[in-house]
Design a protein around this ligand. Structure first.
Ligand SMILES: Nc1ncnc2c1ncn2[C@@H]1O[C@H](COP(=O)(O)OP(=O)(O)OP(=O)(O)O)[C@@H](O)[C@H]1O
Ligand SMILES: [Mg+2]
Length: 333
């Protein structure tokens, strides 16, 4: 079945998640908005510490509590306001409607239970009243779906008996076992080697084609974005600074930060002497400037940039969904 981009199923608007610590308020997510459509693969890209994981955790209301709290914004899943849900209702939504593959697959599996038991634990929620044997059958099916070889044997294995790549697939199988509408894959590949990483990402895309679910990929890597995603949200210091269709972002990166990120992607056919890296550091999230957060590192920064935060400007023709928050775009609109 071909993948079809359908209705908007997830709408995130002006999300703010702050961590209240002894040292002050860390504005980990400080104004993030995006939409996600059925069948779509959306990338969230940005440097380490830009708030990608915290955004994802907030969608499931799994931000580290009690320190972190969602202080503003809205999250709507199929029109329902998730911030109005009780913890019990959220428990129903997690896994069944939105599911997350965590950054580190090694820690998402419990070492003292078999692969089969951990899958069954997830499946049981969705197929209450089924017997043990039929749940085992479903677990084996789940492993087959993520192309694990000899799944009948693997269900009996403990996590330490299987390879890193296979662990990642098991975590993937758990995430899709309840047929969620949305899967968030947070850097699903950092601890894997490049070939296994490519295979795993291809697999996620295949599963997406079979089930038409919506995917959010969280990554540092623009190479992955180009290969895997339809749209991109670029985050910097807790905010989205640019978003749009992948092709538009690659052809016309419009925020200086996006341009810098793209310059730092090594190209296969160029003999790169030195990887481009962005000078300086992002601002501290507990002491943010009032203007553009990238200003201190930006080669185009002007006076206004350090005093006023730029609004989001549409890039390209009217009706385009490509937008970026940079004062330089004001002249061209
Ligand atoms: N429990 C916490 N208390 C205080 N600050 C926190 C807490 N958890 C995360 N942060 C801060 O929130 C900010 C955003 O973190 P987050 O994990 O979302 O970044 P990220 O974009 O996912 O980075 P990476 O690419 O390294 O995974 C960071 O500056 C981090 O230090
Ligand atoms: Mg992260």
């Amino acid at each position: 079945m071909a993948r079809q981009i359908g209705e908007v199923i997830l709408e995130v608007e002006d999300l703010h998640t702050y961590c209240f610590t002894r040292f002050g308020t860390v504005k980990a997510v400080d104004g993030v908005s995006f939409n996600l459509r059925q069948g779509e693969a959306l990338a969230i890209v940005g440097e380490s510490g830009s708030g990608k994981t915290m955004t994802a955790l907030s969608l499931l209301q799994l931000q580290p509590r009690p320190a972190a709290r969602i202080v503003k914004g809205s999250i709507r899943l199929e029109g329902e306001d998730l911030l109005q849900k009780t913890e019990e209702q959220m428990r129903e939504i997690r896994g069944k409607r939105i599911s997350m593959i965590l950054q580190d697959p090694q820690t998402s599996l419990n070492p003292v239970f078999t692969v089969g038991n951990q899958l069954i634990e997830a499946i049981r929620n969705h197929h209450a009243g089924e017997t043990g044997r039929s749940l085992v059958r479903r677990a084996i099916e789940g492993l087959k779906q993520v192309r694990v070889a000899a799944p009948e044997r693997r269900v009996e294995d403990y996590p330490h008996q299987i390879s890193g790549g296979m662990k990642q697939r098991v975590v993937g199988a758990i995430a899709i076992s309840c047929e969620p509408k949305v899967i968030i894959a947070d850097e699903p590949t950092t601890s894997l080697d490049v070939t296994i990483q490519a295979q795993y990402l291809r697999l996620l895309r295949e599963i997406q084609e079979e089930t038409n679910l919506a995917l959010i990929f969280i990554t540092h890597d623009f190479g992955i974005v180009a290969k895997m995603c339809d749209r991109v949200v670029v985050m910097y210091a807790g905010r989205h600074v640019e978003s749009g269709p992948v092709r538009d972002i690659f052809n016309h990166p419009s925020h200086p930060y996006t341009q810098a990120l793209l310059r730092s992607v090594p190209s296969m056919d160029e003999d790169v002497k030195r990887l481009y890296s962005i000078e300086g550091q992002p601002p501290a999230l507990w002491d943010l400037p009032s203007g553009c957060r990238f200003a201190a590192r930006c080669e185009y920064a002007q006076e206004r940039c350090s005093s006023e935060y730029p609004p989001s400007f549409t890039v390209g023709l009217n009706g385009s969904t490509h937008s970026a928050s940079c004062w330089r775009l004001r002249e061209s609109t």
